[in-house]
Design a protein around this ligand. Structure first.
Ligand code: GLN
Length: 312
């Protein structure tokens, strides 16, 4: 292990030991499956741009990826259509509102503001080039696997739980259709979006996704160029602007790195040219971000002086 990573492993362990005693927040309750995940699980993983891995405690526990899937489908559409084509249909503006906000669709003539909230994410799914729904889904799933360097699979249990309770997201899909902002059948796009949220990752697989973004789109574990280097800054910019929804500004203020959270308790942070940290812990703050995850990643990135906005 390199000297940098020896120090990092010590810092990560301290961060985890501190965060473990934090009983703040609650599991997501609006998706029945997520409410049943043991709340005390806590995992932390780092994957470097050279493919070195550090993993602690529950870093091999498989959790629902939820909103973190949004950055992966964003990458797929950038690869298929290019940055300008996507940007003309889905914006790159922070909403300052909850991830499932309907109000945010009213701004900018119905154009979704960002691929990283539900409206923009469903529009992005509808832009995946495919002949039918199943082919669209398979491409998204394959892309998740390439990024994670692992055979990612759908959890039928999570998917069932979400498909039967996603009335609000279906309404958003129909609203987008009514303003001409859906590019496939809207309820099919909502179905595929719900599936992409219902795949299972562990923290090491999630950190591998992040390390690929930190490494110019080349997965450091498989050596495959999964995303062209020119598309990476667009993904990281979106993560910096909107990755933690209506607390993205606070995250930038404290951490200064692109991040992405999911209501399954995952939290990914990319340190360009260095690697990525992935945390998992199901207790969420009121905005849908993992409480212990934020605490651990703040601790580690501050101790390692990784804030992109600091002068070295
Ligand atoms: N599947 C969830 C939803 O659409 C994902 C939300 C999230 O992780 N913030 O509501």
């Amino acid at each position: 292990m390199s000297q940098l990573n020896e120090k990092l492993a010590v810092v990560m362990q301290q961060a985890l030991d501190d965060a473990k005693t934090n009983m703040g927040g609650e599991n997501a309750s609006y998706i029945p499956f997520l409410a049943s995940v043991p709340s005390e699980l806590t995992g932390l993983a780092f994957v470097s741009v050279t493919g070195e891995i550090i993993q602690l405690q529950d870093a091999d526990y498989k959790f629902a990826i939820e909103s973190i899937s949004k950055i992966m489908t964003l990458g797929l559409v950038l690869e298929q259509s290019g940055a300008d084509a996507l940007h003309s249909k889905v914006g790159a503006e922070p909403t300052g509102m909850p991830f499932n906000s309907v109000l945010a669709i009213e701004l900018h003539q119905g154009k979704p503001l960002t691929p990283l909230v539900n409206a923009g994410a469903m529009a992005t799914v509808s832009l995946v080039k495919a002949t039918d729904k199943e082919q669209r889904w398979q491409q998204i799933l394959n892309f998740q696997s390439l990024l994670a360097n692992s055979a990612i699979a759908l959890s039928d249990e999570v998917n069932q739980s979400e498909q039967t309770t996603n009335t609000h997201n279906r309404a958003i899909a129909l609203l987008l259709e009514s303003s001409g902002r859906m590019y496939s059948e809207p309820l099919e796009a909502c179905d595929v979006y719900t599936r992409q949220c219902s795949t299972l990752f562990n923290a090491v697989e999630l950190a591998t996704v992040g390390a690929t973004l930190a490494n110019g789109g080349k997965n450091p574990c498989s050596g495959k160029q999964v995303i062209q280097a020119e598309n990476i800054p667009h993904i990281l910019a979106e993560m910096a602007m909107e990755g933690l929804y209506d607390t993205s500004g606070d995250w930038a203020y404290d951490v200064g790195l692109p991040g992405k959270s999911g209501v399954g308790g995952g939290l990914l942070t990319v340190i360009p040219n260095i690697g990525a940290l992935a945390a998992f812990s199901p207790r969420l703050d009121p905005f849908g971000n993992s409480v212990r995850g934020q605490q651990m990643i703040k601790h580690v990135t501050q101790a390692m002086a990784w804030n992109l906005f600091s002068s070295k």
